[in-house]
Design a protein around this ligand. Structure first.
Ligand SMILES: Nc1nc2c(ncn2[C@@H]2O[C@H](COP(=O)(O)OP(=O)(O)O)[C@@H](O)[C@H]2O)c(=O)[nH]1
Ligand SMILES: [Mg+2]
Length: 382
C-alpha cells in the first residue's frame, strides 16, 4: 500500500515538474519575442471575427535596436593608427633624406618634392624648407632626432594650434533655453556630407545630446534615405521632404522640430551641386536665411575630401564665397598619404579644421587635434 502511495507521489511530482518547466519555457520565450504564429493559442482566445475589425489593431513593432556610439576618447587612438597607416611614407622619407651624411642641393629638392606631394601647399612648404635649411646649413645639425623635433614643431605651428576647434553648440545668446544649436553641413557632392551628418549625430549622441537631422538635400532622393538610416541607428529623428522639395522648407521644418522637441542640436544636410556659383550661393543663402527666421545658424561646416588635393581647395574657395564657413571637416584622411592638405586648407580658408573623417565606419569621425595629427603624420616607427 505505502509503495503505491510513494509511486503515486513521485508520478504526481514528476507531472507537476513537467508542467512548471513547460510554463517557464514557453512563458519566458513569449516575454522576449513576439510569437510569429499562434502556435499555442491561449485557451481564452476570442473567436475569429468574420468581418474585418472596425479599427486595425496597432502593429507592435519590435523596438529598434539603438546603437551606443563610441565615446570620443577611443576615436583619437584610432585616428592615430589610421593616419600612421597611410602617412608613414611622409615622415620616413623626409627624415631619411635629411639625415643623409651630405645634404646637398639635390637632397633639398627631394625634400621639397616630399612636402609638395603630401599636399602641404607652396607657402607652408617654403617656410618649412627655410627652417630646415637654417638648422642643417647654419648649425650643421643633421641629427635625426633633432630634425624630427624641428619638423614636428614647425608643422604643428603651421596648424595654428591655438585656434578654437570646438563646435559652436551655443545657441543664441549663450542661453541654452534659446533653442537648439544649428549646424549646416555644406560641400561638393561625394565629399562625405551626408555621412558626416550621420557620424556627427552619433558623436553628439555619445555626449548625451538630443539631435535632430534635417535632410535638406532633396535633390537626390537617396540622400534622405541615407540620413534616415543613420538617424534610426541611434534613435535620432530625421526630417525629410518629398524628392525635389524646397531644401529651405525642409531645413525650416527640421529646426522647428528641434525647437518643439527641445533638442540640443539640429544638423542640416544640404545638396552640393556645383552647377553655377550663383546657383549655389542662391540655394545655400536661402537655406540659411530661412533657418534664421527661427534660429541662428551656429556652425557652418564645409566638408572636404582630403584625397582631392588642390582641386578640393578650389572647390572650398567657391563654397567659402557662397556661405560664411566656420569650420572644416576633412574626410577620407584614411585613404590618402596627402595629410599635408590639412595645413593647406586652413591656410587657404583661414578657418580651423574641426573634425576629420578617418574611415567608412559609423564612428570614424574624430575631433581634429594638431599634435596627435602631426605625430601620426611623422610616425616613423613602421
Ligand atoms: N574612407 C572614407 N570614406 C568616407 C569618409 N567619409 C565619407 N566617405 C565615403 O564617401 C562616400 C560619399 O559620401 P556621402 O556622405 O554620400 O557624400 P555626399 O554626397 O557629400 O553626401 C561614401 O561612400 C562614404 O562612405 C571617410 O572619412 N573615409
Ligand atoms: Mg549627400
Amino acid at each position: 500500500m505505502s509503495d503505491i502511495a510513494l509511486y503515486l507521489t513521485i508520478a504526481v511530482a514528476a507531472l507537476l515538474f513537467l508542467v512548471v518547466a513547460a510554463v517557464l519555457l514557453f512563458g519566458g520565450r513569449r516575454g522576449r519575442r513576439r510569437p510569429q504564429l499562434p502556435l499555442a493559442a491561449p485557451p481564452t482566445s476570442a473567436p475569429t471575427p468574420t468581418s474585418a475589425p472596425p479599427e486595425a489593431p496597432p502593429t507592435i513593432e519590435a523596438p529598434p535596436v539603438i546603437e551606443r556610439p563610441e565615446a570620443i576618447g577611443g576615436r583619437l587612438v584610432r585616428l592615430r593608427a589610421r593616419l600612421a597607416g597611410s602617412n608613414t611614407v611622409f615622415g620616413r622619407s623626409l627624415l631619411t633624406l635629411l639625415s643623409r651624411s651630405t645634404v646637398d642641393a639635390d637632397t633639398w629638392e627631394q625634400v621639397e618634392a616630399v612636402l609638395l606631394t603630401a599636399d602641404l601647399g607652396v607657402g607652408p612648404t617654403a617656410e618649412l624648407l627655410a627652417a630646415l635649411e637654417t638648422e642643417v646649413k647654419v648649425t650643421g645639425n643633421s641629427d635625426r632626432q633633432a630634425l624630427h623635433t624641428l619638423v614636428r614643431r614647425q608643422l604643428i605651428g603651421q596648424l595654428e594650434p591655438g585656434m578654437d576647434r570646438s563646435l559652436n553648440l551655443d545657441s543664441g545668446n549663450g542661453s541654452p533655453a534659446e533653442g537648439p544649436a544649428v549646424i549646416m553641413v555644406v560641400g561638393v557632392n561625394g565629399t562625405g556630407k551626408t555621412t558626416t551628418c550621420g557620424k556627427l549625430a552619433r558623436l553628439l549622441v555619445a555626449e548625451d545630446r538630443d539631435v535632430v537631422l534635417g535632410a535638406a538635400d532633396t535633390f537626390r532622393a537617396a540622400a534622405g534615405e541615407q540620413l534616415e538610416t543613420w538617424g534610426a541607428r541611434v534613435g535620432v529623428p530625421v526630417v525629410r521632404g518629398e524628392s525635389g522639395a524646397d531644401p529651405a522648407s525642409v531645413a525650416f521644418e527640421a529646426v522647428s522640430v528641434g525647437i518643439d522637441g527641445e533638442a540640443d542640436v539640429v544638423i542640416v544636410d544640404t545638396a552640393g551641386r556645383l552647377h553655377t556659383k550663383v546657383g549655389l550661393m542662391d540655394e545655400l543663402g536661402k537655406v540659411k536665411r530661412v533657418i534664421e527666421k527661427r534660429l541662428p545658424v551656429t556652425e557652418t561646416l564645409l566638408v572636404l575630401d582630403a584625397t582631392t588635393g588642390q582641386n578640393g581647395l578650389i572647390q572650398a574657395r567657391v563654397f567659402a564665397e557662397a556661405v560664411a564657413i566656420t569650420g572644416v571637416v576633412l574626410t577620407k584622411l584614411d585613404g590618402t598619404a596627402k595629410g599635408g592638405i590639412v595645413v593647406a586648407v586652413q591656410r587657404e580658408l583661414g578657418v580651423p579644421v574641426k573634425l576629420v573623417g578617418i574611415g567608412e565606419g559609423a564612428d570614424d569621425l574624430a575631433p581634429f587635434d594638431p599634435e596627435v595629427f602631426i605625430d601620426a603624420l611623422l610616425d616613423t616607427a613602421a
